[in-house]
Design a protein around this ligand. Sequence first.
Ligand code: PLP
Length: 433
Amino acid sequence: DYGLSEADPEVRAIIDKEKNRQFRSLELIASENFTSRAVMEAVGSCLTNKYSEGLPGKRYYGGNEYIDELEILCQERALAAFNLDGNKWGVNVQPLSGSPANFEVYTAILSPHDRIMGLDLPHGGHLSHGFMTAKRRVSGTSIYFESMPYRLDESTGLVDYDMLEKTATLFRPKLIIAGASAYPRDFDYPRMRKIADAVGAFLMMDMAHISGLVSASVVANPFEFCDIVTTTTHKSLRGPRGGMIFFKKDPVNGVDLESAINNAVFPGLQGGPHNHTIGGLAVCLKHAKSPEFKAYQNKVVSNCRALASRLMELGYKLVSGGSDNHLVLVDLRPLGIDGARVEKILDMASITLNKNSVPGDKSALVPGGIRIGSPAMTTRGFGEDEFIQVADFIHEGVQITLEAKKSATGSKLQEFMKFVASPGFPLMDGVLD
Ligand code: PLP
């Protein structure tokens, strides 16, 4: 048996190039992070070899005594990470990722063509919340269910709850979805609960982006108001790529969520669980109970605030005028440029972020904004001073885009990266191994 370098030097070389790219760039994509060496060790382990369709104690294959032990541990840690009482809440840790987790919930509680309402994608929502255009039902969610998205109030950049309430009263959705991919503020869960109750809808929160922040109690707690909470595990939570579904144990609207959701995951939409991911997730959820994790999540938020303040000082318009969480959304349209060009220029300087639509945009391909997140560079040890510097670099990239000419960004960035890599700079142990 050979190691990767001997068995496949080609793949080894690609991994090395990607590792180098991750190490030398400023990673500002709001949905990305650097997981720990311990998580990666579990993900790269023999757990990948085992089939275990079903749930602990109820498997369709033999030899699952240790896999059962692992999955039960992972479930217990998942409930503990969000301070949930196991008599009131259950969790399924098998979803392969965030989009499958969401579709599994829809499969569990809806019938084909039932009505749903999620935040519109151009206003910060996720594809899997029912995105469609005037011409096309883009996501599977909008193909199989009738989707009527709610939107932001364009003058404030905040969710337009009045409009959501009015539309829900007419549209009578069976499910209302909170949560977003590009929304810098907390959701108003009590208000959404009231709207859902008034029309008899389930209320689900997709906390994919902010699950680390929720676990550390640095943002509002969706579990107090929602029936179902889904999440990815690889964003602010800093685990392996995967998904989880939390559900209330008591029936909601006459539905036994526990059996409906477990059956939708398997055999409804998935086969064998990815046990290596469940192993990595269990490790991540252990980290999530540590004081260091709470301190990290606090820093994610304070760093993001420092970034937002500096950008505003530099004259940028931020959607909603700031941030409560780990991301900011910059509206570049007042400057007469688009997010696609700025993304490209910054990429050339190894600053990685993404173009993003902002409320009122006409084109999703050439959107008017950029999204900037703090989780990954906070893991790499950045504090507020470094995020202020990041804002200055982004400003420089925007100036270069505006002037369409080269400047000293490259050398300044190199100086900055040297500083980042200098001995004593608090890079997290184990990152990128
Ligand atoms: N939900 C939200 C809010 C997301 O932002 C994302 C991904 O960015 C997902 C779900 C989907 O997760 P995945 O890419 O793991 O399918």
